[in-house]
Ligand binder design. Structure first.
Ligand code: C2O
Ligand code: CU
Ligand code: CU
Length: 483
């Protein structure tokens, strides 16, 4: 496909009221059906194959942040800011107890720092914005991986520049394995696929643009083109057997209500902090920015040559008008004709660590407000050196997050995973993907959520913030100190 055709498709697509790539594909005159058919010449599906970044051990590695050029499809390139010139960045994969030794090399024209989201890192290795380094500088990380097996990730965290740097492409997976995950014998190799889900805006020449307006800062910067692993609406050929997908919502602000077409379901086995108590079969999963789920999908019964679409379903939202909640087709799975050996689903999952007692423990309340175009926690904007909350190491507490605004806030804590205890207002209930251990919990408009926090590993200064990255950079963040 020529560059001009690519742009024609994209403009047809992004101009549509509901974002569905079938309009995009139709503009090319291909057999689109459900937006999924083979191309005219029968050579394969339309569009681009899913990209899979290399998997590296985070030991003795350097990660270079710099600008580069990426391919977004046939004949189309864009500038992007990346780790090691990759979109997404390399998948880091280690085992509990491993040493993490990484050097960040800043090849950008501005300061940066990398944060290991969900990983219990000591204060000096957590990527707090006060640790950011300038252009040309390097930053060394050296710590022990203490988390249980799970789906973690990494992204930049410089003061007021987290949104732009992450949006322009700096993000990757950080997967952890342990003896429990080994024992489960889950699909692996080409049948274990990390998928980072994002939305982007492209300008008239097909370049990724980041230029939030006032209203964009209110809602967060929403794109109209779905990207999976750095490619618009890619496809992945799959065998007719069980797959494991590690899904990360790596968007700045977009919430995805994930579902599969053709009646396939997700078997949810894990979330932010690793395996859940038991597998659960689900038709849809609502995932806010920063959240992850670990799911199994069984393609055994899918007809050869069929296409299954991973979608975000439409949902309605109170609050300022925006494209939050529009339906989006994210990517396609093209079912192979070759037979494959079926695989059983796991019947049980590894036990969760014991939860701390919560009877009569201290409580703290954090109120997330959005008004007059400003996003605040307890009325204040983030200040680098101000400590807004303290908690003794080892003491369980109940923290209450209140969203008294008409916009969603995915609330994230650094340092340790928490447990979600209750939700009142709004949806008024908890969901299966909110069990187990979490580091990010979605507060839809006017919801309040109680979580049980228990910091047992590291003393020091850590962050709480909204993971809507425009809200975060606007100041919806605070320092808490584990004392
Ligand atoms: Cu994923 Cu402080 O962030
Ligand atoms: Cu984090
Ligand atoms: Cu927010």
């Amino acid at each position: 496909m020529k560059r001009s055709e690519f742009l024609k498709r994209l403009s047809a697509w992004s101009g549509a009221a509901a974002v569905t790539p079938s309009a995009w594909l139709a503009a090319c005159g291909g057999d689109t059906g459900a937006g999924t058919g083979p191309s005219d010449d029968g050579s394969g599906p339309d569009g681009s194959p899913l990209q899979l970044p290399p998997t590296l051990r985070p030991d003795g590695l350097s990660l270079t942040a710099r600008e580069g050029t990426v391919s977004l499809g046939p004949g189309q390139t864009s500038r992007a800011w990346m780790y090691d010139d990759l979109l997404p960045g390399p998948t880091l994969r280690g085992r509990t107890g491993d040493g993490v030794r990484m050097t960040l090399v800043n090849g950008l024209q501005e300061q940066t720092v990398v944060h290991w989201h969900g990983v219990d890192a000591p204060e000096h290795a957590d990527g707090h914005p006060r640790l950011a380094v300038g252009p040309g500088a390097t930053l060394a990380y050296d710590f022990t991986l203490e988390n249980r097996a799970g789906t973690y990730w990494y992204h930049p965290h410089p003061h007021e520049r987290t949104a732009i740097q992450t949006y322009r492409g700096m993000a990757g997976f950080f997967l952890v394995d342990d003896a429990d995950s080994d024992a489960l014998d889950l699909p692996a190799g080409s049948r274990e696929v990390p998928l980072v889900l994002q939305d982007k805006r492209l300008d008239g020449s097909g370049e990724i643009v980041y230029a939030p307006s006032g209203p964009d800062i209110m809602t967060g910067f929403l794109g109209d083109v779905p990207f999976v692993n750095g490619t618009p609406f890619p496809y992945l050929p799959v065998d007719r057997t069980l797959y494991r997908f590690r899904l990360l919502n790596g968007s700045n602000a977009r919430i995805f209500d994930l579902a599969l077409t053709t009646g396939l379901s997700f078997v949810l086995i894990g979330n932010d902090g690793g395996f859940l108590e038991r597998p659960e079969t689900l038709q849809s999963i609502l995932l806010g920015p920063g959240e992850r789920v670990d799911v199994l999908v069984d393609f055994t019964g899918a007809p050869a040559g069929d296409t299954v679409v991973l979608q975000s379903r439409a949902f309605s939202l109170a609050g300022p008008p925006s494209s939050q909640g529009v339906a989006m087709d994210l990517m396609r799975f093209v079912i192979s004709s070759a037979p494959a050996a079926p695989r059983a689903l796991p019947e049980a999952l590894p036990a969760l660590p014991a939860s701390p007692p919560t009877e009569g423990v201290p409580q703290q309340t954090f109120s997330f407000t959005s008004g007059m175009g400003r996003h605040r926690i307890n009325g204040s904007a983030f200040q680098m050196d101000r400590v807004d909350a303290r908690i003794p190491l080892g003491e369980p507490q109940v923290w209450r997050f209140l969203n008294s605004s008409p916009v969603p806030h995915p609330v994230h804590l650094h340092s340790a995973q928490f447990r979600v205890r209750s939700r009142i207002g709004g949806r008024g209930r908890l969901y299966p993907w909110e069990g187990g251990l979490k580091d990010t919990v979605l507060l839809m408009p006017f919801e309040s959520v109680e979580v049980v926090v228990h910091f047992v590993r590291h003393r020091g200064l850590y962050l709480m913030h909204c993971h809507n990255l425009e809200h975060e950079d606007d100041g919806m963040m605070l320092n808490f100190e584990v004392t």
